[in-house]
Ligand binder design. Structure first.
Ligand code: NAI
Length: 332
């Protein structure tokens, strides 16, 4: 059995960390065909777009992709590749497991939560216009269909992963109609899942409670914007963006990516921590049913972290991206 995977190296440190993930995934002994199709700032010059259609075609054909970070200019320039990918492929669920790691210095122990974020609508629809000079309108779209679909995803995930509680995070006290609709959908779905506790929390309070004690949460279910912010907050509980995996999942296709950016400050220096995308690779293995290989990859990362010898600079060590990748691959 060979898996054909679309590989998007991306910008900045992307090619380095993606290369490291490929090295580790191949160490599992599974056979992969990597179909490399790049996207991001580096292809805009030659393609006229940051997301050439051949990238989408490749993912549609192969069903799964492993993606490095892609740069997006602020305020002007091309649209975010991530937002476009999610929209074009209808990758409606953004999944971010957040779990404390051995040997990694952080403020909390025993964190084990999952952020489930709606990925296709909300203020990320890109519907903005200048009403009159000096006044801009940005439109928040919340639909019953997308809210119900993401709620169902969160509860199904709870069921299949032995999780006990789903907390819907909202601001329905202010956005009574839009966030109100989101909550209505979550409540309706919750009724179908007797074994899973359902509760609700206002987003600002949720952030405070998370910072006080993240171990009290299980699954957080959020709209797109709150989910974007809260998921990065949660990455801080386990050692930062270099450690946090992510997946964007649709009915047909799935794109696995690290949640950090292209880190232009350290690009090309063999300094980047590849663990986030290695963990994303493990999520990819889970997605295609290779749970044993996925567990071996995760255990290998844990072992390298616990040993504390081959660590990258952000983890307090002096190893390069390639060295830590070799160390993980050897444990796999
Ligand atoms: P960033 O995540 O690239 O960098 C923030 C800080 O974290 C930097 O100091 C960087 O060196 C460090 N860092 C990030 N990943 C690291 C890793 N794997 N190992 C060690 N250190 C790491 O965020 P920033 O600077 O806000 O964004 C830079 C570019 O990345 C922007 O163009 C942005 O649009 C893009 N971006 C892309 C994302 C994606 O494709 N998923 C996500 C976030 C940002």
């Amino acid at each position: 059995m060979s898996y054909t995977v679309t590989l998007i190296p991306g910008d900045g440190i992307g090619p380095e960390v993606v290369g490291a993930a490929v090295r580790v995934l191949e160490a599992t002994g599974l056979a992969f065909q990597w179909e490399t199709e790049n996207a991001g700032a580096s292809v805009v010059g030659e393609s006229g777009t940051a997301l050439p259609p051949r990238v989408l075609d490749s993912i549609r054909r192969n069903k799964v992709a492993l993606k490095g970070p892609t740069g997006t200019p602020i305020g002007t320039g091309h649209r975010s590749v991530n937002v476009e990918l999610r929209k074009q492929l209808d990758l409606y669920a953004n999944l971010r497991p957040v779990r404390s790691l051995p040997g990694v210095k952080s403020r909390y122990d025993g964190v084990d939560l999952v952020v489930v974020r709606e990925n296709t609508e909300d203020l990320y629809s890109g519907l903005e216009h200048v009403v009159v000079p000096g006044v801009v309108e940005s439109i928040k779209i919340i639909t019953e269909r997308a809210s119900t679909r993401i709620a169902r995803y969160a509860f199904d995930y709870a069921r299949t992963h032995g999780r006990k509680r789903v907390s819907a995070v909202h601001k329905a006290n202010i956005m009574k109609l839009s966030d109100g609709l989101f909550l209505d959908c979550c409540r309706r779905v919750a009724k179908d899942y007797a074994g899973v506790t359902y509760d609700e929390i206002i987003v600002d309070n949720c952030c405070m409670q998370l910072v006080l004690d993240p171990t009290r949460f299980d699954i957080l279910l959020l709209e797109n914007l709150y989910g974007d912010i809260v998921s990065d907050l949660c990455a801080g509980f386990i050692g930062g963006l270099g450690m946090a995996p992510g997946a964007n999942i649709g009915e047909e296709t799935a794109v696995f990516e690290a949640v950090h950016g292209s880190a232009p400050d350290i690009a090309g220096k063999n300094l980047a921590n590849p663990i986030a995308i290695v963990f994303s690779g493990a999520l990819l293995l889970d997605h295609v049913g290779e749970h044993d290989a996925a567990d071996r990859v995760r255990r290998a990362v844990h072992a390298v972290l616990a040993e504390g010898v081959k660590l990258t600079r952000d983890l307090g060590g002096a190893a390069g991206t390639t060295e830590i990748a070799e160390a993980i691959a050897a444990k796999v």
